[in-house]
Design a protein around this ligand. Structure first.
Ligand code: PEP
Length: 246
């Protein structure tokens, strides 16, 4: 695993304010001290912090992303919404789309597909989250769900070079549990098979921490991690990176 180019994407969710950014100095220092290592750190803070964070990270290799966007490429009368162009304007290079916390609010595959298309047009890289719920898993529907989310999410998108898939079993997010090694291997291999050979990267997300990396590191097809809770603590985040690359 250490020879691969690994992604560490921090999903801050609805946490953080301007003061929180001070805590990133440790991660910036770590990144600067490890310039030769093959990994990419991407911070996805709330929209309110994208601009100040990207300024702070200007002279580093760390990049910034958003956690969602509106599906319209054009500006318009959409109260409370922000589109991919606006996110790019303030410094985002990535956008997380299809996160289960947004799917649970009613976001459907066809809407996610439109968001992906407009974000590609803007020039953002997309981290498309897919994953089954506990109920679906118990009903042995995992592959069926992953297939649907990939096929509908990426419908009529020919150039997938900007797409990163994040496999995030919904039952694992924020719960402190991860899939068994064999199950994770199966799910990741299945996703890989759906993308033929041209897919760029597959990340795993769901309760990643320094203690469960010994299991996660064994999965050969994982290209990095989408990290929620642990990414808000610079020490925990750095520990995850260190344990992965060493
Ligand atoms: C997430 O919400 O994308 C996530 C991976 O969260 P956590 O690491 O807290 O399970």
């Amino acid at each position: 695993m250490t020879n691969k180019y690994m992604y560490f994407v921090a999903n801050w969710k609805m946490f953080g304010d301007l003061r929180t950014l001070n805590s990133l100095d440790k991660v910036i220092k770590f990144s600067k001290n490890n310039k030769k290592n093959k990994f990419k750190i991407v911070y996805c803070p709330p929209n309110t912090l994208i601009r100040p964070l990207s300024r702070r990270l200007k002279k580093t290799k760390i990049e910034v992303g958003a956690q969602n966007c509106h599906h319209s490429y054009d500006y318009g009368a959409h109260t409370g919404q922000v589109n991919s162009t606006m996110l790019k304007n303030v410094g985002a290079k990535y956008v997380i789309l299809g996160h289960s916390e947004n799917r649970q609010l009613g976001e459907k595959d066809n809407l996610i597909n439109l968001k992906i298309k407009s974000s590609i047009k803007t020039g953002l890289k997309i981290i498309l989250c897919i994953g089954e719920t506990l109920k679906e898993r118990r009903q042995n529907k995992t592959n069926q769900i992953l297939k649907r989310q990939i096929e509908k999410g990426l419908k009529s998108i020919k150039n997938k070079s900007k797409i990163i898939i994040a496999y995030e079993p919904v039952w694992s997010i924020g719960k402190g549990v991860i899939p068994k090694e064999a199950d994770l291997n199966k799910a990741i291999s299945f996703i890989k098979s759906r993308f033929v050979k041209k897919y760029p990267k597959i990340l795993y997300g769901g309760s990643v921490n320094a203690n469960n990396l010994s299991v996660l590191k064994k999965i050969p097809n994982i290209d990095g991690f989408l990290i929620g809770g642990a990414s808000q603590n610079p020490k925990k985040f750095i520990d995850i990176i260190k344990k992965t690359i060493n």
